[in-house]
Design a protein around this ligand. Structure first.
Ligand code: HEC
Length: 200
């Protein structure tokens, strides 16, 4: 009888401990889920998202057809971070204000060399486009840094420079007009070319 009781007791023990282990496992699972959810929200990109990249592709086409990508403007010299020789154009795409800055660089670069062969020296096309309700905190600007061929430049961690790009926003926040645009301020160091062929 004692033996029976004992084995009953140990069977109970095994049962309870295994269900205890089960619930422990469930708790751990829950915690892991919460952790991974937290991780997911933490790494949620503020720029370089799939939507940002899709829009950048669409916009590049529009820049090509609107001639904003090809109209020559006044070339001027400037300091970092933008290319040494640059030109700025402004126009409208889908009825939204867009500012395009072409940045040229390379060995022994000069304004005349760029004038004679823009394609050879073009390193980046940095663009700001004002999209309604896109980012009200930052004047609704959408930022892009294209390479000469229309693909996107990347940050050191391989995130594409498109969307609410933190680096662009933080530096441009110091523009005195409070609109994140430098060129129209009193310190503007070049004329901008307005491209009249507007896209609807
Ligand atoms: C460290 C500061 C700094 C950073 C970072 C920066 N810019 Fe600029 N940007 C400037 C300054 C200064 C000007 C105006 C001077 C000039 O025209 O060269 C300018 C001009 C521009 C212009 C022409 C309109 C204007 O504001 O005058 C565009 C477009 C532009 N930047 C896009 C970008 C994009 C896109 C990024 C991010 C990929 C970026 N910029 C990052 C400083 C910065």
């Amino acid at each position: 009888m004692k033996k029976v009781l004992l084995s009953l007791a140990s069977a109970l023990l095994i049962l309870t401990s295994s269900s205890f282990a089960d619930s422990m496992q469930k708790d751990t699972d829950k915690m892991m889920n919460i952790n991974s959810m937290e991780k997911m929200t933490k790494v949620k990109k503020s720029f370089g998202t799939k939507e940002d990249i899709i829009y950048a592709k669409y916009l590049w086409e529009k820049l090509e057809t609107s001639t904003l990508n090809s109209t020559p403007a006044t070339l001027y010299l400037g300091g970092p971070p933008h290319g040494k020789v640059r030109e700025v154009l402004e126009g409208k795409i889908d009825n939204q204000r867009v500012i395009v800055k072409r940045n040229y660089g390379g060995k022994d670069i000069s304004i005349n060399k760029v004038k004679n062969n823009r394609a050879k020296y073009l390193k980046a096309v940095t663009v700001m486009i004002q999209r309604k309700n896109y980012d009200p905190k930052n004047n609704d600007w959408f930022w892009i840094k294209y390479k000469a061929d229309g693909t996107l430049h990347m940050a050191a961690n391989k995130t594409k420079l498109v969307g609410k790009v933190k680096g662009c926003i933080s530096c441009h926040s110091s523009a005195s007009g409070n609109d994140l645009v430098f060129i129209h301020n009193k310190d503007a160091n070049a004329e901008i070319t307005l491209v009249n062929e507007m896209m609807k």
